[in-house]
Each structure stands twice: as structure tokens, then as C-alpha cells.
Design a protein around this ligand. Sequence first.
Ligand code: G6P
Length: 608
Amino acid sequence: MCGIVGYIGQRDCTDVLMQGLEKLEYRGYDSAGIAVFEKTGIKTVKTKGKLADMRHKLDIEGSPVGHCGIGHTRWATHGEPSDINSHPHTNGRVTIVHNGIIENYIELKEFLTEKGYTFTSQTDTEVVACLLDYYYSERNPLRAITETLKELQGSYALGIIFRDFPDRVYATRKESPLIVGIGENEYFIGSDIPAFLKYTKKYVLLDDNDIVCMKTDGIEYYDVHGIPEQKEISIAEWDVEQAQKCGYPHFMLKEIHEQPGIVAKTMESCCRDGVPYFENIGLTDDMLRDVKRVFIVACGTAMHAGIIARYAIEQLARVPVTVEVASEFRYMDPIVGEGDLVIVVSQSGETADTKAGLELAKERGAKTLAVVNVKYSAIARQADMYIHTLAGPEIAVASTKAYTAQISVMYLLAFRFAFARGRIDLQRMKELTAQALSAPAAIQRVIDRKNECQFIASKLVNADNLFFIGRSFDYALSLEGSLKLKEISYIHSEAYAAGELKHGTISLIEPGIPVITVATQANVLAKTISNMEEVKARGGMIIAVCRKGTVFAENSVDLTLEIDADLDDMLVPLPTVCALQLIAYYTSVLRGIDPDKPRNLAKAVTTE
Ligand code: G6P
């Protein structure tokens, strides 16, 4: 999704904006631009393409020289990716960058056209620049913004500069992330903290429709009516190193390697005296005992973490769990309300559909719990209760460490749930917790054998289609392994519940087609093996991801990847997913794709 940066201070603004945009590249984008106040006025440089194209254009057109400006990476929604549709957009005396969608932009455009305005781009953003210009009079930018906000419907984060004020950057937001960075006599805006982390760890969160005015000599905050207000300064826990590659060729590989540490840290933060503990966030045993049903609402990889959670919670606590894709949940008129616990899972904490699902659940009287990686995000702030996954900044678009952190939390939640409902005793809860806390060592063992994953990837690299199959937890993992592989290798892949294969899909099995069979669960192993053999009989290439020592019939498997883990079957997904992530990573790299920035995908999807 789009990335916004803004700066005012003494540094070279172009440099600060470009470096900030680099840090936001992970969000996904297809064009970029900056606008900087030079001595003679605002200079805007923008282009379709990546930041490398932008740097090239800056070399040709000359980098703007100044100390105040705004920048943007755009992920096209209204209007194709093109130089003209790239941000910043100027109309009249106003130049802006925007993230989000203005839902009533067509009506606003008609109104402004009647007033004599013309437009050069197809974007909803230019309409906002124009509306700001329409309301700008008597050199009063604040009034222009408050009047404009009254008219806007939809979601937005806006960085705004007014031609008459070369020493100010204004910003505002609603339902779209925007954070203010506070330096020494310098100020920043960014869609995420890494955009300015190099310069300051101090940040301020804006509430919906707060307005900020950053000047060289200070910063002012206003509410939607233009009334001055005070905001609290927080200190980011992330450090610069966490947001850098640190010698790894890609963020994705670095993030996969971070998993043993992250899983350990996240689990420890949720335990006290060797057992899961959530009373500190308001989630008491009484509450868990009284829950009638659990809904897990999320998107993408976070939703797949929810499926693991479903198996764990239902098996241990015997409470019904439904996992819903957030974009469906919000419009399906779900039967949810008092007595239900709705768990929303999100790395970014900004995903529009997940956030809407959370709001709906709250409206209908359910208790809400967020499992989120970004502490200052909207979802973390809105939910009744909040568990912070300690994965640190996840930069690669394909989520890895956030997923393992999410399932780590979910396991602990399942143990506590089961204990609170009298399904397991304290001793069993302690045993399960101790096992979970030992999972990082098993994850490390998978990472240490990454060459085997690389070898498997070399067998997939020329495939046009492939399948993942598994049962129970292995099915949940298959869904995630398949998503990971297809999103970064562009090979078509489908995940199937192994038992469902013969209900149609087996007709697609042709000689040589790779079928990655996840077979780690003892209670369904025999069944999975027979599904595997059905594939083999039709010439499929079987790659079995199984527990160490699993015995298969002769010639029934082409390649085997063994997971060496002394863990209860339920917990084996923790190391196993790491193997699937590595297979996806190496397949992507061997196909010459940058796994950190797969085409068309965005890291944080802040629009529907
Ligand atoms: C996007 C990302 C996925 C992610 C999903 C949910 O589609 O590309 O990797 O799983 O959003 O994001 P969230 O931040 O809510 O976990």
C-alpha cells in the first residue's frame, strides 16, 4: 500500500525523503515521487516504477534542494500507475500526498469542476488537493484543512504543503496509518516508524482527523475543528538494525532466521511461572470459561495462523472456533455477539478488512482480542484486549516471522483456554508450555538444514503448477506453504486437504507434477500416506515433509525433508512452517525474483 513521508528541519530534504521511502518500499508500490520547497518554489519529481527509476529521474532533472517537503510511494487504486497519476499532486496552491481512498471523490470532482477547476490526473487524490485549494483563503491553511475534512468520505492519510508556507508541513489521517516523528528541531511524518527511525525514536500517534502542523521552530496539533490539542510522545522499541538486512541477501531470509529468537521472546512475554498468563491484558480464566464461541478474523497469512489456532483451541479446550476471512466476515452479517470472543490477528494492525471486522464484532457486543505485531497500530488500539507479538519490524512482503509469532501466542492461548475450562490440569498446562518453549531449538535445526530446502526448491523451479496436501494441522500448514510459494515464486500452487484430493483435483495430477505432502501428524499419518500413494500412482513427484524417522513404502516418495523436533504433534507446525518458508524463498530466488517485493502485492492493505 502507499507510503507517505514528510520532513522539515535542517537536513537535505530530498535525501531524507528518499531514504524514508526506501524504508517503506516493503509496503508495495508501483510509482513514487517527492515535492520539496526550493528557494524559488516547490519542485516536484515523480515517476512510474520503482525508487531506482525515481533516482534516475532525479539525476536527469536534478534533485530538489531544500529542507521541507513530502514524498510518496503509490500503489495504484484510482487510475493506472503512470507518471501523471503518481503523487505528489498539485492543484492550485496546494500539493499533497495521500494514502487511502476518497469514496465521494466523483461528487467532489463534479462540484469543483463546476467551480472552474480542472484536473490533470485520474486520481481521487488530486480532488483533495483541489478541495484544499478551494477552501484556502486569507492565508489560513488550517481552516482549509478543517473545511476539507468536513467533506471527505473514506479513508486517508495526507501530507500537505501550501505554496505560501515554505516552512510548514501539515498532515492529517483517518483510518489510514500516519505517524509523526519528533527529532531535535526537525520533524517527520511516515506511514510507519522505520521511515524515520534512523533519525529519531520519538513518535506521536495521531487519532482520526487530528491535524498536525510541523514547522522549523515547533510542532502544533489540532483536532478536527482546528482547536489546539496536546499529544503524548512515545518511544519506539524497534531499533535501526532490526529494520536493516544485516548482511542477509534479502529481508525474507533474515526474518526466517530471526524466528527462533522471536518465538522464544513472544512466548516468554505471555508466560508467568511457566504457564501462559493473560490476566495482565484483562483476559481472565473466568472470561475464558464463559466464552460460548470463538471467531478468528484475519486476512492472508494471519488468517492461516488462525486455522492453526482453531485446531489447537478446539482440540484442547473443546470450544467451537470459526475462522473467517475478514473481507467476508464484515459483510456476511455474522451471527456474533455477547458471549463470543472475536480474535483478530494481524501483523500490521492496519489491514482495512480486519479492522472493519473488529469494529463490527465490538458493535455487536462480542469481546475482542487483537494479536498484533505493531503496537501503535489502529487494531491494537481499538480491541478490548491486545497481545503484542514481538516479531519486530517485518519488512519482506511475504510474512514469516509474524506468522510464527502469531501461532506461538495462539498455542499459549489454547493451553490457558483448556485449563480455564477444566479440560487440562495445571500439570499438563505446564508440560505443554515447557514443550512450546523448547520449539525455538527445533526451528533452529530446520534453519541449520536450509541446504536441503534449497535442494527441494531446485526441483520446483521449472514447475508450472504444484500442490500441497496434508490433514489436520498439516492442512493448515499446507495452506500457508502454498500461499508463501505462489506469492513469491509466481508458480501456480494449490493447497488441498489430503482427503479432498480425490474429489476432483486428482484429475490435475500429471506425471512429474510436484506434490508437497506435509505428513507430521501421527493420528492421520496412515491416511495421508495413502493419499500420497494415490498421487504417486499417477506419476506425481512426491516431496514429503515429515517427522524424523517416518517410514514410507519403497519408491513411494521422491524427496524427503525430515523435521527433527521432540515436540507434541500439535506443536510441530512451528518448525515445519519454517521449512516451507525456506522452500518458497529459495524457489523465488532460483527463479530470479526478488522475494522481498513480489509484484502487485502490498504488505499492509489499508483499503478494501
Ligand atoms: C497482505 C500481505 C500478507 C498478509 C495480509 C494480512 O496481503 O501481503 O502477507 O498476511 O496482508 O496482513 P496483516 O498485516 O493484517 O497481517
